[in-house]
Design a protein around this ligand. Structure first.
Ligand SMILES: Nc1ncnc2c1ncn2[C@@H]1O[C@H](COP(=O)(O)OP(=O)(O)OP(=O)(O)O)[C@@H](O)[C@H]1O
Ligand SMILES: [Mg+2]
Length: 239
């Protein structure tokens, strides 16, 4: 569904992403782990079209269509093609209500019935958001804002959903809930690219994983194999 070869992101003199190759199959959960500053957010922002990059191949295959080159297409077009990003750090609109934030996630669509259906589905996945549908986004707790960001990304009905640290700052029971929801969303047919600091939880649900070290892919493999890999255990799983 997504094929990346030779992806590079540079910010002036900082070479944040170095010749990264990634391959994501339809229906998979793929995780990208790595230390702070490893280039995880830069990679997914480049896929979304929010960061300038160069690549040999940056190809996305929407369901039932031939592969399309993403390069040169603005982010809005990538959203219409079926890619969505729930960004790092609760980027919701604080002065809009929960429901207005959710409708914003559907801005690229004009199928009113489908949007209403997806709104109800988002509320079924996140009952707390339904209870707080008229509350201003900025008055939600940190964890609730995180859930709103995730639910909003779903409102564009993406085939590829990218999540940048959805568990950041959540209480342990909420982390579990968010990972359960990610698996539910995946079982509903969405492909997921998950960036996480919580390597243990991410590797547990991932079909495939990539470890980024200073901008480059250092290790890749099946989630369950990386959980047992001594290098991964030493560096990312607390020994
Ligand atoms: N807009 C920018 N301008 C300059 N440098 C940037 C910019 N965005 C990111 N960087 C740098 O690029 C490198 C990679 O950053 P990135 O945000 O991709 O890392 P990350 O793996 O997501 O880290 P974290 O786990 O802390 O979120 C870092 O050294 C960062 O300082
Ligand atoms: Mg990041």
């Amino acid at each position: 569904m997504l094929e990346i070869r030779g992806l590079n992101v540079k910010y002036g003199a900082i070479h944040a992403v170095r010749d990264v190759c990634l391959s994501i199959g339809k229906g998979e959960i793929v995780t990208l782990i790595g230390a702070n500053g490893a280039g995880k957010s830069s990679t997914i922002r480049a896929i979304m079209g929010l960061t300038r990059c160069t690549a040999e191949t940056l190809s996305f295959t929407p369901p039932g269509q031939p592969p399309l080159d993403l390069q040169g297409r603005p982010a809005e077009e990538r959203v219409k093609m079926g890619i969505a990003l729930s960004p790092e750090g609760r980027r919701i609109l604080p002065h809009l209500t929960v429901e207005e934030n959710l409708y914003l996630g559907a801005y690229s669509r004009d199928d009113t019935d489908g949007i209403e259906e997806d709104l109800e589905h988002a509320y079924a996945l996140f009952p707390r958001l339904k209870e707080r549908r008229s509350q201003k986004g900025g008055t939600l707790s940190g964890g609730e804002q995180q859930m709103l960001a995730l639910a909003r990304a779903l409102m564009s009905r993406p085939s590829l959903l990218m999540l940048d640290e959805p568990s950041l700052g959540l209480a342990p029971f909420l982390v579990e809930e968010v990972f359960d929801i990610i698996q539910t969303i995946n079982r509903e047919g969405r492909t997921i690219l998950l960036v996480e600091q919580n390597a243990f939880a991410a590797l547990n649900i991932a079909h495939k994983a990539y470890v980024l070290e200073v901008g480059a892919v250092a290790i890749e493999g099946r989630g369950e194999d990386l959980l047992k890999d001594p290098r991964v255990q030493a560096a990312y799983l607390g020994g």
